[in-house]
Write a protein that binds this ligand. Structure first.
Ligand code: NDP
Length: 281
């Protein structure tokens, strides 16, 4: 039977470490502050924003909530971001994506000051990840590295296959694995012989966005399987990109959905908020 990689437990460890750091910073005179901006009221975004605020409360990070109406113009949003960029009492700025269609998300990302970009989406931070400089790393892939390390999974020298090449998961994931000295293959919708490619993996990261697509045919015996996907099935139950029941008997370790990668994303956001204080210094 595969070992279950417990994202709930590991994310709680990280949040508790963050809590201690936030308290120490407070004693030293800095109240770490995150500005969270939501435009419109997309229900999924509202849930994410609520969870982020809750995590801030737990850790002792002050959160400033900006709930803007759907009709907010791009200029109004960019002006708010610029104002927050200039405030020395605001350490992190997060704009919940997606933004409404009349707003250009790329412009939003480019407007956030790189040293306050706790999501790690600004091209300066992506570039820093590429070249090994200091900067913010996108929270979900950073959380996956923590899951692997804190579960005792060796990454150095291993064959890693990442299925998915999005800017927020697949690409930064591949760069982080490379930084950990893995041999990395990035697969996507044009990859030929995907099953054979995936079967090379000692560590397989599924960030494909297709419910239960990854079954035993994609898995080498004894591989470690990380499931990034989050979907609701016909019975409204959460499931991932991996067919858990089919894959679990042949892998050595696997993340469940829910309770695997999901909780790590917010934990790493909190970690980035605390990092922002030293990056700004
Ligand atoms: P995207 O839709 O942006 O990217 C999906 C990637 O998968 C693309 O690169 C695409 O290839 C590739 N792909 C799609 N279909 C196939 C296929 N049949 N074979 C091979 N590759 C394929 O998704 P995200 O990266 O944003 O997210 C991936 C999953 O992770 C989603 O389920 C999302 O909900 C979840 N997620 C979970 C988070 C968490 O906190 N747990 C955070 C972020 C995302 P191509 O580039 O060629 O189109």
């Amino acid at each position: 039977m595969a070992v279950l990689i417990d994202g709930k437990k590991i994310s709680t460890q990280i949040k508790d470490e963050c809590k201690e750091k936030a308290a120490a910073l407070k004693v030293a005179g800095t109240e770490v502050t995150l500005a969270v901006i939501q435009v419109g009221n997309d229900p999924a975004s509202s849930v994410y924003v609520r969870n982020k605020k809750k995590a801030c409360e737990y850790i002792g990070i002050r959160s400033l909530a900006y709930e803007l109406p759907e009709e907010t113009t791009e200029t109004e949003l960019l002006d708010l971001i610029k104002e927050l960029n200039g405030r020395s009492d605001v350490h992190g700025i997060l704009v919940q994506l997606p933004v409404p269609k009349h707003i250009d998300a790329d412009k939003v990302i480019l407007t956030i000051a790189p040293e306050k970009d706790v999501d790690g989406f600004h091209p300066m931070n992506v570039g820093a990840l590429c070249t090994g400089e200091k900067g913010f790393v996108s929270c979900t892939p950073a959380g996956i590295i923590q899951l692997l390390k804190r579960s005792g999974v060796e990454i150095d020298g291993k064959e890693c296959v990442v299925i998915g090449r999005s800017n927020i998961v697949g690409k930064p994931m591949s760069l982080l694995l490379l930084r950990e000295n893995a041999t990395v293959t990035i697969a996507h919708s044009h990859t030929a012989h995907l099953k054979e490619v995936a079967k090379r993996a000692d560590i397989l990261i599924a960030a494909v966005g297709k419910p239960k697509m990854i079954n035993h045919e994609y898995i080498k015996q004894g591989a470690v399987v990380i499931d990034v996907g989050i979907h609701r099935n016909a019975e409204n139950k959460l499931c991932g990109d991996v067919d858990f029941d089919d894959v679990e008997p042949i892998c050595s370790a696997i993340t469940p959905v829910p309770g695997g990668v999901g909780p790590m994303t917010i934990a790493m956001l909190m970690h980035n908020c605390l990092e922002s204080v030293s990056l700004q210094k």
